[in-house]
Each structure stands twice: as structure tokens, then as C-alpha cells.
Design a protein around this ligand. Structure first.
Ligand SMILES: NC(=O)c1ccc[n+]([C@@H]2O[C@H](COP(=O)([O-])OP(=O)(O)OC[C@H]3O[C@@H](n4cnc5c(N)ncnc54)[C@H](O)[C@@H]3O)[C@@H](O)[C@H]2O)c1
Length: 346
């Protein structure tokens, strides 16, 4: 079977890491026709918008996209393309797995296997933000939490836990202070948990959760939370397993579209240097293959990365102790692609 997938190379290091992900997917033998679309800085220069309509049309048509990171100018310029994509395609769930790959240098735990399920469409990222007066002496952002969006993300987390045979869902909030917004989210979590007696349920206050994750991350399994907390906690979890170079993600919605991308950004200072780790994008492509029903091929990519890291001879600077012995983006990509072929032909 062959699939059509929208491919967005993105900005900065994006094109180089996306190239390695395509190389590894090709090594699995899954036939994909890539529809390449430009979004971000390049699109802004050419078309006057960082997110041309044809990018959205392509994703809506193909229903699946693999995306590189896109630069968001701070304070001025265009709003985040990433936030816009998630809102416009109603990609309400952002899944961010954090899994230990033994052999990665400097990781404090060898047994982390958790998935962050982050609400992707509202909360403090609703885009309702302004100065309160002309002199700009104060500004405010409005946190929007709705029953509809909370129910669907929490239900998604429970369904995911059930499907993937995970044992526990932990809901993270600050309902002791934010009694209305976070209070509503927590209340809905408690209600929905009653419908899933086979999945353990607990809740944690965000500040305590940060400490718990640093001290005992192996106790957690599926974590569901609001937009901003999920954004921050998932980077924390990425740090625990070796950094952003190993952090993939999937943005999924009501079956209309799914966008797979690394958690990290466009790391502009590394553009064109053949230096950064493409594994987060390769792992995102593996999640995409599983989503498409190519589970075995997706698993093969995970195993290939595990083995390449264990062997320790073709690793980027962020994965090893002595950066002088590191290889570049292309070299680790080639080693993983080669390993995928060996595993699937074995
Ligand atoms: N989904 C997205 O498209 C997305 C996500 C986050 C940030 N961004 C954007 O990216 C731009 C740069 O953001 P930033 O500098 O805050 O974060 P960043 O993730 O791009 O980089 C921060 C640091 O993390 C490390 N890093 C990131 N990716 C790595 C990789 N693959 N391998 C090894 N090390 C890696 C580097 O040390 C880098 O300097 C900003 O414009 C931001 O808005 C986009």
C-alpha cells in the first residue's frame, strides 16, 4: 500500500533533519509519496504569509503530515505557525513520549517510559492577550478552559492508555490557586476517570509534579495536562531522557489530520552545520508510520535507534560524553537507515 503525506521541511535545521527522517522511512520499504510544502520564514518571504492556504489544503487532503520546526519571531512578526496549524486543523491532542534509550550520555534514569498528552488548542495559548492601556504599563493573557476541550483531551488520554496497555493516567493542574480554570479541568478529569475503572487515575499539582518528575519519573505513565504546563513539562521530560534531540511528538485531532514533528525548534545557530541530532524527527516519523497502520515498520525504527545508540559509534554531539568523537546529522541518519534495513531483512 502506498501513502501520500505532506512534508514540511521547516526553517533552520528543519530541512536537514527532515531529510534524514525521509531516508529512514524509505529504508523501511513503506511507500510514501511526499507532497513537499513550504511554511515558515521562506513562505513569508515568497508569499507574504508563513502559512499559505495550500499547506493547509495539502494536510487536509492527505490527512497526515511530517513537519520540521518553524521559527517564531519573538515579540513581533508573525504569530506561531505551529499554534495556528494546531488550531486550524483542530489538532487538539499533542502526544510527547519520553523514553529512555540506554547508552545516551548523562541521563539520570534508565527506565523512563511515559507519554505526555498535552491539550493543544486553548488554555494560555488561546491568543487572547493585550496591553491594558496605551502606555503599555500592564498586559494580560486570558486562560480559556472549556468543558468541551477538556473532556476530549482527558478522554483521549484514557483511550490512549487503554489502547497502548498503559496502567495509569496522571492529571496535572494548579486547581488549588486557579480554582475556576484548573478546577474545571480537574473536576472533568475525576468525572471521566469513573468511566475507566481499568486505568488507575491520580492528580498532581504542577509544581509538585516538576519535583516528582525530576526525582521519580519512572512512576509516571500517561500524563494529561493543559497547554502551557504540557509544553514545559514535556521539555523537562525530554531533558530526563537525553535532551530535545530525542523528543518526538504527534498532533492529532478528530481524525481529520495528524501532524508529526520534533518537540524542538529550528535551532537557527546550527543551520547548515551537519551537527544536530535528527532522532526526534526520525522518531516522529516512526510515530507516523504506526498511525498509518505500519506498526512493525515504526517499531523497527525505534529498535534501530536503540541499537545505534547502544553501539555508540555513530552518535551526534548531544548523545555522547566526548563531542570530539561525534558524527553529524547525515551520518547518524545513514547509520539508523542501515540498521532499519538489517532489522527488517533479518
Ligand atoms: N514546533 C516548532 O516548530 C517549534 C518548537 C519550538 C520552538 N520553535 C521555534 O524555533 C526557534 C528556536 O527556538 P529555541 O532556540 O528556543 O529552541 P530550539 O529547540 O530550536 O533550540 C534550543 C537548543 O536545543 C538544542 N537542540 C534543539 N534541537 C536539537 C537537536 N535536534 N539536536 C541537538 N540539539 C538540539 C540546541 O542546543 C539548541 O540551541 C524559535 O523561533 C521557536 O519559536 C519551533
Amino acid at each position: 500500500m502506498s501513502y501520500k503525506v505532506t512534508l514540511i521541511p521547516g526553517d533552520g535545521i528543519g530541512p536537514s533533519i527532515v531529510e534524514e527522517a525521509v531516508k529512514v522511512v524509505e529504508a523501511t520499504g513503506v511507500e510514501i509519496e511526499w507532497e513537499v510544502k513550504e511554511a515558515g520564514e521562506g513562505a513569508m518571504e515568497k508569499y507574504g504569509t508563513p502559512l499559505p492556504e495550500e499547506v493547509l489544503e495539502s494536510i487536509r487532503r492527505n490527512k497526515v503530515a511530517l513537519k520540521g520546526p518553524i521559527t517564531t519571531p519573538v515579540g513581533s512578526g508573525f504569530r506561531s505557525v505551529n499554534v495556528a496549524l494546531r488550531k486550524m486543523l483542530t489538532l487538539y491532542a499533542n502526544l510527547r513520549p519520553a523514553i529512555t534509550f540506554p547508552g545516551v550520555h548523562g541521563i539520570p534514569f534508565d527506565n523512563i517510559d511515559l507519554v505526555m498528552v498535552r491539550e493543544n488548542t486553548e488554555g494560555l495559548y488561546s491568543g487572547v492577550e493585550h496591553f491594558v492601556d496605551e502606555d503599555k504599563t500592564a498586559a494580560e493573557s486570558i486562560k480559556i478552559i472549556t468543558r468541551k476541550a477538556s473532556e476530549r483531551i482527558i478522554r483521549f488520554a484514557f483511550e490512549y492508555a487503554r489502547r497502548e496497555k498503559r496502567r495509569k493516567v496522571t492529571l496535572v493542574h494548579k486547581a488549588n490557586i486557579l480554582k475556576f480554570t484548573d478546577g474545571l479541568f480537574l473536576e472533568i478529569g475525576k468525572e471521566i476517570s469513573l468511566q475507566y475503572p481499568d486505568v488507575e487515575f491520580e492528580d498532581r499539582i504542577i509544581d509538585n509534579m516538576c519535583m516528582q518528575l525530576v526525582k521519580k519519573p519512572y512512576l509516571y505513565d500517561v500524563i494529561v495536562t493543559m497547554n502551557l504546563y504540557g509544553d514545559i513539562l514535556s521539555d523537562l521530560c525530554a531533558g530526563l531522557v537525553g535532551g530535545l534531540g530525542l523528543a518526538p511528538s504527534a498532533n492529532v485531532g478528530e481524525g481529520l489530520a495528524a501532524v508529526f514533528e520534533p518537540v524542538h525548534g529550528s535551532a537557527p545557530k546550527y543551520t547548515g552545520k551537519n551537527k544536530v541530532n535528527p532522532c526526534a524527527t526520525i522518531l516522529s516519523a516512526a510515530m507516523m508510520l504506526k498511525y498509518l497502520g505500519e506498526r512493525e515498520k515504526g517499531e523497527a525504527i525505534y529498535r534501530a535507534i536503540r541499537e545505534v545508540i547502544c553501539e555508540g559509534t555513530s552518535l551526534t554531539y548531544d548523545l555522547i560524553e566526548n563531542p570530539d568523537k561525534s558524527v553529524g546529522t547525515r551520518e547518524i541518519g545513514t547509520a539508523i537507515a542501515q540498521k532499519v534495513k538489517e532489522l527488517l531483512n533479518a
